[in-house]
Ligand binder design. Structure first.
Ligand code: DGY
Length: 425
């Protein structure tokens, strides 16, 4: 069973390989996506180390001069996707989108480096690590410069797509003030590949496009966007992921003897440890995103609420409250971790980010729990994730209730998580 699944998972990565980068899914997402590629590298690393590093090296070739790393790189146009390069209008070479995505890359690079060392290949990978380190450093500095205006140690998302959790209900209230009256006509392509019941609604799509149009109207000036964007939400997911990534980047800096960089990263970590409590919602005892413009917490328990362990945060009371939500939800579903609390009236088992389980989020939740010594809960998440793939194949996401696949099939990052996690990475 396992070896067949290993072979299937590898075949998916190989089929989605476009030569140095991997598309998440050939039909629905035909370009290089930022955090998809980072997870994909973890999968490649289990059978082709050089290819794993190349995935990230290719992604960073699209980095802008100010350190910004885009969420999509349009290496080759594809009419099957909307909004394509001409809608973004970033005027960059290679052509990219103008928003970013959750910064998991530093954590992945550290994993790749550990695995190269364990294989006795540190000599040949060290120059590649040096080069990637400098790029990661400038991306993380970009977050500090442009995405944390109040210096609270959080990440402020300027677009729901930046969070990777595209249509989480966390963005509903913050999205309301977005003016969609001038969006104009457009033809979505996602709903021609996938059942519309799984995808964001028309109103959500209008908001996504209004935000793209706003960014474009500033010439993708990130300073202006961070001051004027109509959507500014401190995303609990990105904030936890960046804190974790900074810990991994600092470990790399220390190993490389980069003491100035290590101190700089250390100051970001200190800032986050002091300030990230702003995302704790006392009313429901959970980690939630918070709208910068209204100051309000989303009040939703989502899969991102369980990333505090992965972020390395420890607080007895908050951890106990988070575990209590975990256990309550674990009693309601066959497969953890639903992207929205199943007790929420808005829970939908197959609509994106309003119910389904994502293997990559589970990977982070499970890894965090296990690292903090909570092996039983870590194992539950890992076991559920692998069981979903064994029973249903490598889908983009799955129903937490009955395991039905949701979204695209033969999905790269899902296959990658199978390879990484089933090998104990
Ligand atoms: C999409 O097109 O749905 C993507 O998630 C945007 O990144």
């Amino acid at each position: 069973m396992t070896s067949k699944l290993d072979a299937d998972a590898r075949a998916i990565l190989q089929a989605n390989d476009r030569g140095g980068y991997t598309v998440p899914n050939g039909r629905v997402y035909p370009f290089q996506w930022n955090w998809d590629s980072a997870f994909v590298a973890l999968g490649f690393d289990t059978f082709d180390r050089d290819r794993a590093w190349r995935e990230l090296e290719t992604l960073f070739r699209a980095q802008w001069d100010d350190g910004f790393l885009p969420h999509i790189v349009f290496w080759k146009d594809d009419p099957g996707y909307f909004p394509g390069p001409s809608v973004w209008g970033t005027n960059k070479e290679p052509v990219t989108s103008g928003i970013t995505q959750p910064p998991v890359a530093a954590t992945v690079v550290r994993k790749l480096w550990e695995s190269a060392k364990a294989a006795g290949e540190s000599g040949s990978y060290r120059p590649r690590l040096d080069a990637l380190f400098a790029k990661l450093m400038s991306w993380h500095r970009w977050f500090y410069d442009y995405r944390d205006p109040d210096k609270r140690g959080v990440v402020v998302a300027m677009h729901p797509w930046e969070t990777g959790r595209d249509n989480s209900p966390e963005w509903d209230a913050p999205g309301e003030p977005i003016d969609v009256s001038n969006v104009g006509d457009y033809v979505r392509r996602d709903t021609s590949h996938l059942d519309a019941k799984m995808r964001p609604t028309k109103l959500e799509y209008d908001r996504y496009l209004a935000l793209v149009q706003f960014g474009r109207s500033t010439g993708w000036n990130h300073a202006r966007i961070s001051a004027e964007n109509p959507f500014r939400v401190a995303d609990v997911g990105m904030s936890m992921i960046l804190l974790r990534a900074n810990r991994d980047l600092k470990a790399l800096a220390d190993e490389l003897g980069m003491s100035n960089e290590s101190a700089e990263i250390g100051s970001w970590i200190d800032l986050a440890e002091l300030g990230i409590g702003w995302l704790w919602d006392d009313r429901i005892g959970a980690w939630c995103s918070r709208d910068l413009l209204s100051g309000r917490s989303s009040g939703f328990v989502t899969s991102a609420s369980f990333l505090s362990f992965y972020a390395g945060l420890r607080d007895e009371q908050r951890d106990a409250a988070t575990r209590a939500h975990f256990d309550r939800i674990a009693g309601m579903v066959d497969y953890l971790m639903p992207s929205l609390d199943p007790a929420d009236p808005g829970f939908q088992m197959i609509r994106y980010w309003r119910g389904p389980v994502w293997a990559v989020v589970n990977y982070m939740i499970g890894t965090g729990l296990t690292e903090t010594g909570d092996v039983p809960r870590g194992n539950r998440v890992r076991g559920d994730t692998l069981a979903l793939m064994e029973r249903n194949g490598f889908f983009e996401a799955y129903s937490p209730i009955d395991g039905t696949g949701s979204g695209g099939d033969d999905f790269s990052w899902t296959a990658a998580i199978w390879l990484a996690w089933s090998k104990g990475r």
